[in-house]
Design a protein around this ligand. Sequence first.
Ligand SMILES: [Zn+2]
Ligand SMILES: [Zn+2]
Length: 329
Amino acid sequence: MTEALTNGHSANGITSNRSVVWVAPSNVDIQHRDVKELGEEDVLVEVISTGICGSDAHVWESNPAKAPPVLGHESAGKISKVGSKVTSRTVGQRVAIEPGFACMKCEFCIRGNPNICANLAYCGHTENGTLTQYFVCPAHMTVPIPESVSWLEAGCIQPLAIAVQLGRRANMRAHQTVAVFGCGPLGLLVMAVARAYGTKKIITFDIEKSRVDFAVKYNADIGVVCPFNTDKVEPLAFATDFMNKIIAEHGLGSGVDLTIEATGAEACVQMAVVLTKSGGTFIQAGLGKSLTSVPLFLFTAKELNMKANDAFKAQAARKDIKIVIMNQE
Ligand SMILES: [Zn+2]
Ligand SMILES: [Zn+2]
């Protein structure tokens, strides 16, 4: 570390840039990384808060051949330098960093969907991430944030943006009953968005009682702890029996209008499909194993609108709801 520090060159006058680097599964290290040279359209951000995401730990396990990357993609900070051609940002401005750098050239970008860019470079995944002291990026990849948003909250803006995108794709409406499977950070943010859309009722599911309790305290109207199929009942019969019980208990009529499945767990996906009413919308947001058994005939029979949203990996650590790392304080 000391050696790396003395060797670090002084781009932008910064000789020490401590960064959280992935070295092996479940093993990270703090190392100096040179700060990128500031281009004329770039800004230098002094990173202040970074949310830790379930996806952080997983992505690089699949590609150990690459140089150890800097982690992090949910950061906010203060602009400390602007490139010579930057007019839209100022030094001292508080910003969140958009971590997905779209090419703006492929058919998806041209169509106006840079979030599914074919050449997307993503911080902490395919690009060095933002869990670092200083980060250089194009000015337009920073989003100004008001003083009323705390730094701790600012560390949650990126997953909130995913939840807002999900709400839009779901076409949330005030009359709807919404089910959210998974009370992790994404699930909670989706509930907050559903609340902001004025949806009628929010019912949420998780296997962890403490998480369900938190969700109910936070936003959900109804919280349900999902049981395990310990008696090895036929899975669809198990899901149907349990959901029928929940529907009767909470007066959900013929099911819910909109379901957001944010766990990726097979049993939850099955319950979620069963719970969604005919003509309703089902959104798969949780990433599970690559092949998951779903009752496909129900999608057809119920004429469900099936959508998939920006992929999300459930967080393994279940004790804390969301971890935000604070820098430079
Ligand atoms: Zn994330
Ligand atoms: Zn693109």
